[in-house]
Design a protein around this ligand. Structure first.
Ligand SMILES: [Zn+2]
Length: 462
């Protein structure tokens, strides 16, 4: 077991005061000790892979995929029986497209079949027991190999480097953290002085000055944030007309970044957002490059398909669910795992020079939609507006409680008037086609998930 795994276990079972202390020393521990010697090797290889052609990258994936499928057939009871039932043999995997002969795996399968999905020889991969968030209900547990975690960290490092960050530079973290802080303070700097941790839970119009001061004093090269937290920070800074240090890049991750959020963040911080799409199950990742024309898939970590509801691959320009196959996690392989995330598929090549496969955009979660009484589904993309509708609003969230009623939670800005309310009800009401009654509920603080996130759409309908 890695030092990181041991620390993680202590961290998860500790009160916030101990968690905060652990966080303070974590940055001082060298990556080699935390993640093992493989981290440096992976980091080097990932940068070299940037020069590979698409054919070479596809061939690399096929080799890894064959190794993984062979392992599944030999060592994983769930897949032994699934392959038998589907009449599939590892030898059938001649091209990447042949993977479609294996039925997809759902989150429910993972929850119900945990023991069967564990490889018989799992222990030799030094796995860590992990869980992903429960936005749709119960959290789901799974095992992650020590080396798979090191590869993930190396992929994230490559993304940060692409954004202009250099190893060892100071960064700021605004990612749903709970911190044990002295009264009146909202941030902490780690002992290595490499990271400014900002609490996501106390960011309000009254405290934003303190956050801004801490940020400006620390001068981070990069802000690592949830999209909703960075957008809230930007809106509050703008509302108070504060001056904010402009980092070289802002990396948003772990939440869908919507266009209205990106615009606000980029204009207030005067720098670009480099969005990152990752999965806690480590079955794949994708990140924006300097051209921001889409997301480069981290082809070393996972193989992505984008499928429609009937399980067929969508055409370029169409939106479907990302179905991912992890290529590095042998203790609990997830093959054709339905992620619940929607993406626009593209077969284009990015002009930046990296020939890795792409997805055009991330469009939210499969379950993030409002359903009208006549059965139409309105996603966040359908509800997106490019005008002054939300100008005086700090944050908002749609909550569907009944088939014909949506509550729009609104956190008002200082300049908000009745005219804003009328404009929001008129414009957004029109989007629901008269089928849904839209009601505004004013809140002083937006409710957060247990991980400190603020989804745009919440379905409380049974
Ligand atoms: Zn590119």
């Amino acid at each position: 077991m890695s030092l990181r795994s041991t620390l993680r276990r202590v961290y998860d079972n500790s009160p916030i005061s101990v968690q905060t202390k652990l966080r303070m020393i974590y940055g001082r521990i060298p990556d080699r000790l935390k993640l093992g010697k493989e981290f440096a090797d992976y980091s080097e290889h990932l940068l070299l892979n940037e020069r590979l052609t698409r054919e070479e990258l596809d061939a690399m994936q096929l080799t890894k995929l064959r190794e993984m499928i062979e392992h599944c057939a030999q060592q994983v009871p769930f897949y032994k029986s699934l392959f038998d039932r589907a009449g599939f043999k590892p030898a059938h995997l001649r091209t990447l497209a042949d993977l479609a002969k294996i039925p997809p795996l759902t989150r429910e399968d993972l929850r119900a079949q945990f023991d069967e999905l564990r490889a018989v020889n799992a222990s030799q991969f030094e796995p860590e027991l992990c869980a992903s968030g429960g936005a749709t209900g119960q959290p789901v547990k799974f095992l992650l190999d020590r080396k798979a975690i090191a590869l993930e960290k190396a992929c994230v490092r490559r993304h940060w480097l692409r954004s202009g960050y250099r190893d060892g530079e100071p960064s700021a973290n605004l990612r749903g953290l709970r911190l044990a802080l002295k009264r009146g303070t909202y941030s902490l700097i780690d002992k290595g002085e490499t990271c400014l941790y900002l609490s996501s839970y106390d960011l309000t119009p009254n405290t934003v000055k303190g956050y801004t001061r801490a940020f400006n004093d620390f001068q981070p090269a990069l802000l690592n944030s949830y999209a909703s937290s960075a957008a809230l920070f930007a809106t509050l800074i703008e509302g108070r007309a504060l001056k904010i240090h402009s980092p070289r890049s802002i990396v948003c991750a772990s939440e869908t970044l919507y266009p209205h959020q990106r615009e606000r963040i980029e204009s207030v911080f005067n720098c670009k957002v480099w969005d990152w799409y990752g999965l806690t199950e480590l079955v794949g990742n994708a990140g924006e490059c300097e051209l921001h024309s889409g997301y480069h898939i981290g082809m070393e970590q996972g193989y992505f398909e984008v499928l429609d509801e009937s399980g067929r691959a969508v055409a370029p320009g169409e939106v479907g669910e990302i179905v991912a196959t992890g290529l590095h996690n042998f203790s609990m392989p997830l093959v054709r795992y339905r992620t619940g995330d929607l993406a626009e598929f593209t077969d284009e090549m990015c002009p930046c020079g990296s020939e890795s496969r792409m997805i055009k955009s991330i469009q939210g979660r499969v379950f993030e939609f409002i359903e009208t009484p006549s059965g139409a589904r309105l996603t966040a993309t359908a509800l997106n507006v490019h005008d002054n509708t939300w100008n005086s609003v700090i944050q908002f969230q749609y909550v569907q409680k009944q088939r014909d009623t949506v509550v729009l939670r609104v956190m008002k800005g200082e300049t908000y008037t009745e005219a804003d309310e009328r404009r929001i009800l008129d414009r957004m009401g029109a989007r629901f086609g008269g089928e849904i009654q839209l009601r505004i509920e004013y809140v002083s603080e937006m409710p957060k998930t247990p991980r400190g996130k603020t989804p745009l759409i919440v379905r409380e309908i049974k």
